[in-house]
Ligand binder design. Structure first.
Ligand code: SAM
Ligand code: SF4
Length: 529
């Protein structure tokens, strides 16, 4: 475990002072001595105080048991430190990050800070970053550039970088060398240390870097400030042990570690008591839930079977890995009820050789077998997926297998990505003969096939009545409300605003590639409260 409290600015200042002092003395020395002094390596002054995060350390998987910590507290002296001040968190990437943001917002609230939705009037700005692709990282560096001016206008502002990028040595080094406006860098394992990190940054005014490159523990009693009061995320596990060869997540999020069922069930019960309408069980690979329990034979199917009995109208889970998707889970999904008929089942590729190179540990045939089993057990299930195009050396024929798989499964929707090499992962070392232009063309073709299927499937909804959880006003037109069906279709329709937060019936009258349009079905006894 590496804990880093780096006092870089102080050392930079010391280094600068030292350099100035040396210059004065050197004026009286001859040129030879002067050059020798100038070439001296001062990096030691930095190295003594700064141990970088290490992807190599983060990759290690030891035998020690996960620690479950329940002793999170905000130290007395930090409880009101934020009174009268505001924080702003910008979140990049997946639901896991969104949920981490809710935790950080909860901690900041307990320190007295209030939320603001603009960076301009914030006293603390956190960028909760994503490392999954290069362009996700570039966005963060771009934002750090913009925030230089915000920081110049408000020198008391604390600017922090956290999330998956902070776990990468190259990122931390780049921030240290190029973005002096940053006050704090902390990692995914250090979120519960936010009060102390802020204290350090606030009082010492030195750049604080605290990144633990470790397998990770579970901190149970963290506060959360959830976004809204209709849909709630509940972590069931953390980390990933799959090490797909293209993916940085196992290095940035630690090992697979499951929360105890009782802690999860209690959290879902609490959300039900608070009137939440939907709960999504979260993990990078939820199908591996429970595999790390030493004294309990209990998996995702068992957990879902218990949670479905809680009085919460909708229950989702994400993300599934096909390899660990077992029959027990399928049996529970078939029970329906509050378990929604939507399954996100990332396939990544349609060709078995590429799947092997990706270390996905299933073949196209296994995946199709699983899809067919799910379709039999849950006939109305909407299937969505993630697909990567342009993996190193992907041939036209191999890419065509992705297209044929997409047509065979008939996904309702998909997230599609061009492969992005991630430093430190095995795939990044593979030589790649596919030009970017070809990758872009493949992505376009794939998206057009997916869009055709999606539109066709959406058109089949016309005339049907669906249940929609109303989430709010449409971004394009405030007179229109928007929400999701259980199968995760976006539905837009006109209705009174008091229905926001309710589940209502809507008759579908219009279908587009990405959403459905409809009319509210007024069933007074059921719909209007
Ligand atoms: N755990 C999930 C799984 O295995 O399916 C996915 C989690 S990952 C945050 C979301 C998606 O990002 C992946 O399914 C994959 O399609 C994509 N992804 C991950 N690494 C990538 C990379 N290096 N280049 C492009 N896409 C990537
Ligand atoms: Fe990444 Fe694979 Fe883990 Fe998903 S299962 S997070 S793609 S390593």
């Amino acid at each position: 475990m590496l804990q880093l409290d780096i006092c870089l600015r102080r050392y930079k200042q010391q280094y600068a002072a030292k350099a100035v002092r040396s210059e004065n003395v050197l004026d009286t020395k001859d040129n030879k001595t002067r050059n020798k002094e100038k070439n001296r390596d001062y990096s030691q002054y930095f190295q003594t105080t700064y141990t970088p995060p290490s992807l190599k350390d983060a990759k290690k998987r030891g035998k020690e048991q996960t620690q479950i910590l329940k002793d999170f507290t905000i130290p007395e002296n930090l409880k009101n430190i934020g009174v009268g001040k505001k924080f702003y968190i910008r979140t990049y990437g997946c639901q896991m990050n969104e949920h981490d943001t809710e935790v950080m917002a909860g901690i900041l609230n307990e320190m007295g800070y209030d939320v603001t939705d603009t960076s301009e009037d914030a006293d603390v700005i956190l960028l909760n970053t994503c490392a999954i692709r290069e362009n996700a990282e570039n966005k963060v560096f771009g934002e750090l550039g913009h925030l230089k001016h915000t920081k110049a206008n408000n020198p008391n502002l604390l600017l922090g970088v956290c999330g998956c990028m902070s776990q990468e040595e190259s990122v931390v080094n780049r921030i240290l060398s190029t973005y002096p406006q940053v006050d704090m860098i902390f990692g995914t394992h250090n979120i519960h240390r936010l009060p102390q990190i802020i204290e350090n940054a606030l009082f010492s005014k030195e750049m604080v870097v605290e990144v633990w490159s470790k397998e990770g523990d579970i901190v149970e009693n963290l506060p959360r400030k959830r976004k809204g009061n209709v849909k709630g995320w509940v972590n069931i596990m953390y980390g990933c042990d799959k090490f797909c060869t293209y993916c940085i997540v196992p290095y940035t999020r630690g090992k697979e570690r499951s929360r105890h069922p009782q802690d999860i069930i209690e959290e879902v019960r609490q959300l039900a008591r608070e009137g939440y309408k939907e709960v999504t069980l979260l993990g990078q690979n939820v199908n591996a839930y429970g595999k790390d329990f030493e004294d309990l034979n209990y998996g995702l199917g068992d957990l879902m079977d218990e949670i479905r009995k809680i009085d919460i109208p909708r229950l989702r889970f994400t993300t599934s890995h096909p390899r660990d998707f077992d029959d027990r889970l399928i049996e529970v999904l078939a029970k329906g009820g509050n378990i929604v008929d939507h399954i996100h089942l990332p396939v990544q590729h349609g060709n078995s050789d590429i799947l092997k190179l990706m270390a996905r540990k299933y073949t196209r045939e296994h995946y199709m077998e699983l899809v067919n089993k799910i379709k039999v057990a849950v006939p109305n299930a909407a299937l969505t997926t993630d697909i990567i195009v342009g993996f190193p050396n992907e041939t036209d024929e191999q890419f065509e297998e992705t297209i044929s798989l997409v047509k065979e499964v008939e996904y309702d929707a998909a997230y599609t990505f061009i492969y992005s090499p991630r430093e430190g992962t095995p795939a990044a070392k593979m030589k790649d003969n596919v030009p970017m232009e070809v990758k872009r063309e493949r992505l376009q073709r794939l998206n057009s096939v997916l869009n055709d299927i999606s539109l066709r499937k959406n058109q089949a909804y016309i005339g049907k009545v669906v249940e929609v959880l109303v989430e709010g006003e449409s971004k394009k037109n405030p007179d229109v409300l928007t929400g999701h069906t259980g199968s995760n279709k976006v539905v837009n329709f006109k209705a009174p605003k008091h229905l926001i937060g309710e589940i209502v019936k809507v008759k579908i009258t219009d279908a587009k590639t990405w959403n459905l349009g409809g009319e509210l079905v007024v069933e007074k006894s059921e719909v209007v409260s």
